[in-house]
Write a protein that binds this ligand. Sequence first.
Ligand SMILES: Nc1ncnc2c1ncn2[C@@H]1O[C@H](COP(=O)(O)OP(=O)(O)OP(=O)(O)O)[C@@H](O)[C@H]1O
Length: 701
Amino acid sequence: MNSDRERVILHEWPRDPDGPTVREPPPQGVRTPNNIPWGHTLDDFYWIRPFPGAKLKSIWTRSMLDEFGENFGEQPGVPQVEPRRLRPWPLLKVPNDDALFGLVDETCNRDHSLKPRRFHAVKSTVFESTKEKIEWSAEPAPMNDDAPPATKESILEGAVKSQDRLPEDDGKDDESAMAEVFVQADDNITGGFVLESSIEGETGDRQNCTGLRSTSPKKRDVKTNMMWRQVVKKFSTTIASDLNLMIKAEDDTKKDESEVIVETHDDLTPAERQAMESFMTTDYETVQKLEERIPEEYFPDILLVNDPSGFTMSDVPFLSRPSRMLPVRYKRVWPKLKRDGEPATLFNNDLHCPSAFHWTPTQTERYAASECRRIATLDLSGAPLLGKGGHSAVRKAGIRLPVPLTTQTGDPHVSVAAKLAFSLSEDRELLENEGRIYDTFPDHLQESYCGYNLVASMDHPVPVGACVPKFFGYYVPVQEEEEASRRQEALNRIKKEVERRREREAKREAKKIGVDEAVESTDADGKSAEEEDDYSGEDDEDNFYEHSPLQDEEIRSPILLLEECGTPIEPEEFSEDERSECFSLVLRLHHADFVHNSLYPRNILRQPGPLTVRPSERSLKTPSFRIIDFGRGEFVPLFVEKFLEILWRLGPPMVWTREEMERVKEVLEMGKEEAVRWFNDSPGSELRKAARILYVNDYQL
Ligand SMILES: Nc1ncnc2c1ncn2[C@@H]1O[C@H](COP(=O)(O)OP(=O)(O)OP(=O)(O)O)[C@@H](O)[C@H]1O
C-alpha cells in the first residue's frame, strides 16, 4: 500500500514564549454547518502547542487562531471566508425562474467574491448531443439484452390502444385474456423460479404500460388454467382499476363520450391523466442523473409508477409478477412537508394508511385535491439494475418531476436510484427504517462544501463532500378502495355496536319496569341482557378474517428514491487520501449522531467527480464518495424513542396504577442507560471496523 498522503498539515503556529496556556474548549473558529472546524485551503491548518515548548500538539484552523488572537510570528493576515455550499452541475429548470435554477458553481477564489454563472452562458456539447438524440432516436438501443426498444407513445395512449386490442384476441375466453396481463418474472431480481406458462406471456423487460402482447397466447392445460384463475383472483384487486379503464376504453369506441363511466377510487384523476399524457418512456442511454435537491415547493406528493414488469412486486415467490397497464399510485410518506397540514393542500402521509386522504373522499373531492398535488411520474419500464442486496434491488429509474420543474437538457426525465424491498416483512422493515433515517438526516450530510474539515480524531484535513446520497422521498402504494372499504367496515361495526347497546338498554329498561316478561328471561338467541354485555365481538372476528390485512408479499414494495452515487469502492486500490476521505464520512456520520450498523466496502460508493462540473468532464481522479444502505442505521433520539414506545403499550397514561408507574420509571431508566451504552459502544466498534475495511491505521481508535 502506498504512503502517498498529500493532505497534510505543513505549518506550525509560532507560540509567544510568554503566551497563555491554551484552554479547552478551543476557539470556535469558522465551521461548516456540521459544526466541524473548517479551513479554505490546506494552508489554513496549523499545528499548535498548548504552551510554548510543550511536546503535545493539536491542530487549529486559521480562523481559530485569529479568534485566539496571538500572532507572535506576525503571520500575514488572510481574508476570512465562510464555507461555500457547492452546486452540482445544474440540471433542473423552472421556466422563468432564474434565481434558483440553472446556476453553474461559481468556484472558489480567495475571498468568495465570484458570482454563479448561468447555465446557458456555457457552451454545452452534452446538451446538444442529448437533445439531438431525444429528437431523432425514435428507437434508442436497449440497455438490457432482452429489452425491446422504448417508444415515444404516451403511457395512457398506449394503454388504451392495447386495451382496444385485447378483445380482438381471437375469441379467447376471459381467463386467457387475463393471463396475458402477466409477464415473466425477472430472475435477475427474484432469484426465484418461473412457471412455463408465465414465459408464454413474456413481454420482456423494457416495456411501457402498453406492454400487452397483441399476439394470441398458446393453449394452456387445464391445471395451468386453474392456476391462472387463482393468480388472477389473487391480484384482481390490484388490476381492478385497470380493468375499469379497459372497459372504459372499449366502451369509448362504441359510445358517446358524454356517457357516465363508473369510476373507482383508484382510477386516475384528470390531473393525474394529464401528468401521464405527456409521459414518455425513459431513454436510459441519455438520461442524466439528478444531483440537485428537489425544492420543497415542487417535491412530489404523488408518484405515478409505470411498472409493467412488476418490479415493485419484487420477488413474489410463485409464478410471475403481474404486469400493470396503468400506473400505480404511490404517496409520499417522508419527507413530511409544511403544506401537508394546510387546509388547501391537506395530505395524509401517514405511513400506515393506504389513503392519501384523511377521510373517504367523493370523486369531486378526489379530483379537486389532485389538482393541488405535486404529481411526478416514475418510469420503471426497462429500468437497469444498479445493484442488488440481500433485502432489496436498486434500479436506475426515470422520473419526471412535477410541473413546472423540467430540465436544462430538454429531456423531461432525470434519473434516480429507486430502492425496492423484497417481499418479506424484514425486507420491508429495513426499507422503512432507511426511509426514516434519510428523513432524519440533516441537510449538511447531503451537501458538499468547498475547503476542508478537521474531523476529530483525524490528524489531517479532509474534503467536505456529502456523506450520503440526496433523498428524493419514501413513498408507499395508495389503495383508496381498500381504505374506503376498511373505513366503511369500521363504521358498520360501530353502528352495529351502537344498535346492540341500544337494544340492551331497552331490554334493561323493560326488565326494570317489569313490562315484558319474555324479555326478563332470555331473548331469541337465548342470551340475557347481562350476558350480552360480555359480547366478545364475534362479528368483528368474522370481519377480521374476511378482510385480514394483506400479506406482505401481496403489497407492492414501498419505494425509496435516492441520488445515484456510483459503484462500490475497492479501498485496497485507493490512495491514502481516498481511504481517509471515506473514513472521515463514517466519523462525520457519528458526529451527527448516526450509526450505520452495516459498514462494508459495498456500502460506500464512488463516482467520478467533482459534481460541480458537467458529467463529461468528471474523473475518478477526483472522486466523490457516499455511504449508502441505512436499513440497519440508528439515530440516537429515534433509538431512545423506540424504548419509550414500550410505555405506550402499557396503556393510556391517565390510568396508570402505582405499579405501572414503577414499571414506566424502570423502562425509562433502562431506555436511557441502553441509549448511553449504545452511544458509547456502537460508534466505537463501528469506527474500528471502518478503519479495518478501509486500511486506515494511523489513528488511536
Ligand atoms: N444510491 C445508489 N446509487 C447507486 N447504486 C446504489 C445506490 N444504492 C444502492 N445501490 C446499489 O445497490 C446495491 C444494493 O443496495 P443496498 O446495499 O442498499 O441493498 P440492501 O438490500 O439494503 O443490502 P443488504 O444486503 O446490506 O441488506 C448496492 O451495493 C449498490 O451497488
